[in-house]
Design a protein around this ligand. Structure first.
Ligand SMILES: [Zn+2]
Length: 272
């Protein structure tokens, strides 16, 4: 099918777009949608898996990886908001971090992008930011605010924790450092994007591009499809372009999503 919709895909760190919505971005782009990726932070708090050449900073490496991944996933444009990572400590957070930024301020910036693009839908996160990371929760708050204020269709990226627990190791296990207390129950999920082969290859290539963060263990072809071949969403508002592309446009929106928890900085490790 072909469509002329525009979708803003809002994420926290460079690499989240590939891990949580790589299949979806590729499907939207292949269907003719304009996909605009907005990444909130510079990813400076990540731990590089590879040595960086002298003079190259982690944020500059991660930005280059992000630009390439966005291209591979069919993104038409990338906007980076350049907030600093809030870090792995309890608040208060330093000036300039996403955790310290007022939700209304970040939401105004995202709303300007939505209006500039004439966007129809906004992808962000479930109320726990998928796994409780303070900057992911902040992106949920911003996304929910903009979705409501502008009357968009919202797609909250999430995961089906039971499905992940039953599958091979997922990068979220490294991020949470323990049991996969992530995502929402399956009963709250509105739609699932199941990978087509070309989408899976694009997602794998995009994740591999984030070589400073994603290791070979995550890219094992023997279990990649089982770990990363589905993407899950809770819809807010009327069915939109993603429902049409997944054949779920007639399903009702799920309004009652999990309560937003306190962010859990103490449990966080550098992760997606
Ligand atoms: Zn992240």
């Amino acid at each position: 099918m072909s469509c002329r919709q525009t979708v803003i895909v809002l994420h926290t760190h460079p690499d989240d777009e590939s891990i949580f919505t790589g299949l979806t971005m590729r499907r939207l782009a292949d269907a003719g949608a304009r996909v605009v990726l907005v990444t909130a932070t510079d990813g400076a708090a990540g731990v590089p898996h590879v040595p960086l050449p002298r003079g190259e900073s982690l944020p500059s490496r991660r930005l280059a990886e992000l630009e390439r991944a966005c291209e591979l996933l069919g993104g038409a444009r990338l906007d980076v908001l350049r907030y600093a990572d809030s870090g792995a400590h309890e608040g208060p957070y330093s000036a300039g971090t996403l955790g310290a930024a007022p939700v209304a301020e970040v939401a105004r910036r995202v709303a300007r992008i939505v209006e500039r693009e004439g966007a129809d839908a906004l992808v962000h996160y479930d109320p726990r930011g998928i796994y409780g990371h303070v900057d992911h929760v902040q992106v949920h708050r911003v996304g929910a605010h903009v979705t409501r204020a502008l009357g968009l269709t919202g797609y909250q990226a999430t995961v089906d924790a039971a499905a992940l627990r039953a599958g091979p190791r997922h990068v979220l296990q490294r991020a949470t450092g323990g049991p996969l207390d992530v995502g929402v129950p399956a009963s709250l999920i509105s739609l699932i994007v199941r990978a087509r082969e070309c989408e899976l290859l694009a997602k794998m290539a995009a994740m591999a591009t984030h070589a400073s963060q994603v290791g070979a263990a995550e890219l094992d072809p023997a279990c990649f499809a089982a770990a990363y071949g589905r993407e899950w969403f809770v819809r807010e508002g009327a069915p939109g372009v993603l429902d049409a592309l997944c054949g779920t446009a007639k399903l009702p929106a799920v309004e009652a999503v999990a309560r937003e928890p306190e962010a859990r900085p103490g449990r966080r490790r550098p992760g997606p």
